[in-house]
Design a protein around this ligand. Structure first.
Ligand code: 13P
Length: 287
């Protein structure tokens, strides 16, 4: 059964660790992440962007697949199925499709409109027992064609959104989706501390988890980050392992072209990435 992310994130915040959100793109991704979370006895959040949802033929397909896979693989650790960077309309579609957690990304709206829309979703999600993530201050880089400049969030705006009763808050602190440029100045811990000061105990979310140095991850967790999103790193390790398989000519040996064989090295590589992240975030044995 899929669960809301509320309880796992509150426990993470109390226990000073973070739960990983790993984005899924297909069946292989989902299977690798679920099996690794189970192996490490860690709670896990499966993130689905609107683009990935469309690729997988719609949110209903995704919810049905994940729900059935949790059951058929005998997964007993807590699993939340979460819409990543949802539009207002996308949030409603995912709620209807059976997601257990939603992110409404209203960061590109004027703050009043972000507040208005978030308020409506808080009401609906609390009626249905779903967790809700809101965003203030856009995350840099590109995701699904949306380019953000990575501005830092205004702590007072964070408080206005947190006070609406969302479950967790993503505040921009100089983090970027995708690879970090060589001249990246690092996370703004000053902003993070100021946001934490305003929002108190609210679990904070760090997007752009790929490529952030371990010491910055640990410091962010010590300042209230309880959920860390990882997408690009799984994509890179999948692509790298697949390329090596093909370059070694393994797809031409025997039945190496069988998609189940062709996709196996990439799926194993994702497991290794997820193991590393769960270890770094400290969520192993916290299920
Ligand atoms: P990365 O792709 O940089 O790991 O970021 C993922 C993310 O934040 C998804 O919302």
């Amino acid at each position: 059964m899929l669960v809301s992310a509320k309880e796992m994130l509150e426990k993470a915040r109390e226990g000073k660790y973070a739960v990983g959100q790993f984005n899924i793109n297909n069946l292989e991704w989902t299977k690798s992440i679920l099996l690794t979370a189970q192996e490490m006895n860690s709670p896990v959040i499966l993130g689905v962007s609107e683009g990935a949802g469309k690729y997988m033929t719609g949110f209903k397909t995704v919810a049905a697949m994940v729900d059935a896979m949790v059951d058929s693989l005998g997964i007993t650790v807590p699993v939340a199925l979460h819409l990543d960077h949802g539009t207002y309309e996308g949030c409603y579609k995912c709620i209807e499709a059976g997601f257990s957690s939603i992110m409404f990304d209203g960061s590109h709206y004027p703050i009043e409109e972000n507040i208005e829309k978030t308020k409506e979703l808080v009401k609906l999600c609390s009626e249905k027992g779903l967790s809700l993530e809101a965003e203030v201050g856009s995350i840099g880089g590109e995701e699904d064609g949306v380019v953000g400049m990575g501005e830092c969030a205004d702590p007072d705006e964070c408080k206005s959104i947190a006070d609406l009763g969302v479950t967790m808050l993503a505040a921009g602190i100089g983090n970027i989706h995708g690879k970090y440029p060589a001249n990246w100045p690092g996370l703004s811990f000053e902003t993070l501390a100021a946001v934490k000061e305003k929002v108190g105990n609210m679990p904070l979310v760090l997007h752009g988890g790929t490529g952030i140095p371990a010491d910055m991850i640990q410091k962010a967790i010590s300042l209230g980050v309880a959920k860390i999103n990882v997408n690009t790193e799984c994509q890179l390790s999948f692509a790298d392992a697949t390329r090596k398989y093909i370059e070694a000519g393994k797809d031409l040996e025997g039945k190496g072209f069988d998609p189940r064989k062709l996709l196996a090295p990439g799926s194993e590589a994702i497991k290794e990435t997820v193991r590393e992240k769960i270890t770094l975030f400290g969520s192993a044995n916290k299920a």
